[in-house]
Write a protein that binds this ligand. Sequence first.
Ligand SMILES: [Cu+2]
Length: 122
Amino acid sequence: MRIRRIPLVIALGVITAVAAVALVPELGGVADGRRATAVKLGDNFFKPARKVVRRGTVVRFFWAGRNPHNVTKARGPGRRFRSKTTSRRGVNFAKRFRKRGVYLLVCTIHPRTMRMKLGVRR
Ligand SMILES: [Cu+2]
């Protein structure tokens, strides 16, 4: 009896995890098989500071420093966006870039040093 229950519990756990990723495409990213990449937020810089990705790529922003940071669109196509400001380590923001062009991304806490150019091509 007990032994049989364990695989069911594991299966339900896996199904729940897969469903959770599918329901949060901004964080799941690769659920539809498209590209994803990462940018680091250090103290106080983006790494890399320049990057080119293909249209449709999900960029995951990974907080690696100790200071509070955010990711704010200063220039570029489409609507404004801005992450929360946090110092929590890990991926706190992810975005799929659908429009071609050059985006200037800044941290508004450290706007002089913490800027990056993201090129989105077809
Ligand atoms: Cu910052």
